[in-house]
Ligand binder design. Structure first.
Ligand code: PHB
Length: 250
């Protein structure tokens, strides 16, 4: 791959450009992209222009740049997330219709919980998850399920870092988190009352592939004061259904 005079590879610069887009920063000018990607303005304008021409980025009427549909198409088409999401959607819709609160599907990705899907009812409560957004593993119910069932190396790495406090209820003590993960494996679900925002409780159960390996977490976000038993029962039923469908279609 050809390098710039600074020794920066073309791929490296492309990745930095694409990574300036976040769930909350979806439109930027080429100059902002350049600054955030640490590129000289001329390189930023050229790369953005080439990506726009290829359809990977799109320009709106005010010259703002956003991720293009062509990039979405390519990324979605063959992703392992697609099949999992397709299999999980009907049971998720049922959970969401019965519990009438947010229902999410997340996977472990680069030591964070990455949300593939989120269903919400008009009057459901607060929820900080976004589709294609991420949350810290130790601070949400899906992340805790994924961490509890992650391989040893991932778990050690996640626990070796300082655990960020997001509310007064977030677990930030490594020993306490170890005990919580043991309890999650034993109980078969994770609860996260107020861990990421004081007013909500997350509840999550594991989704397993045909070998029994945990590949995702299915969760609901409830108002803090809501009863958890009905939601848990729905989550367990949905997870069994998804596990079965994954095994049948393997
Ligand atoms: C959780 O899964 O613990 C969770 C996620 C998002 C929220 C609240 C709780 O807004």
């Amino acid at each position: 791959m050809a390098n710039s005079p600074s020794g920066d590879s073309v791929t490296g610069r492309l990745i930095r450009v694409l990574e300036t887009f976040t769930p909350t920063r979806t439109v930027q000018t080429a100059a902002e992209i350049g600054r955030r990607a640490d590129l000289p303005p001329s390189s930023a304008h050229r790369i953005v222009g080439e990506l726009v021409a290829a359809g990977l980025l799109e320009r709106d009427e005010t010259n703002g740049v956003r991720v293009g549909m062509r990039l979405w198409e390519l990324a979605t088409r063959s992703s392992r997330a697609l099949r999992l999401r397709q299999v999980a959607l009907p049971p998720m819709e049922r959970v969401q219709a019965r519990i009438r609160e947010h229902t999410q599907l997340a996977i472990l990705e680069q030591d964070e919980a990455l949300f593939l899907e989120r269903l919400s009812a008009p009057h459901s409560g607060s929820n900080v998850t976004r589709i294609a957004g991420r949350l810290p593993l130790h601070a949400c119910s899906s992340g805790l399920v994924l961490l509890a069932h992650a391989d040893r190396e991932t778990r050690d790495r996640a626990l070796a870092r300082p655990l960020q406090r997001l509310t007064i209820s977030t677990i930030v003590d490594t020993a306490v988190l170890h005990r919580k993960l043991d309890q999650i494996r034993l109980a078969g679900y994770a609860d996260a009352p107020g861990y990421i925002e004081e007013i909500s409780t997350g509840l999550a159960v594991p989704i397993r592939d045909m070998t029994g390996e945990v590949i995702a977490a299915l969760s609901v976000v409830l108002p803090r004061e809501a009863a958890t038993e009905p939601a848990l029962a729905e989550l367990f039923t949905a997870a069994r259904e998804i596990d079965r469908a994954l095994a049948e279609r393997a």
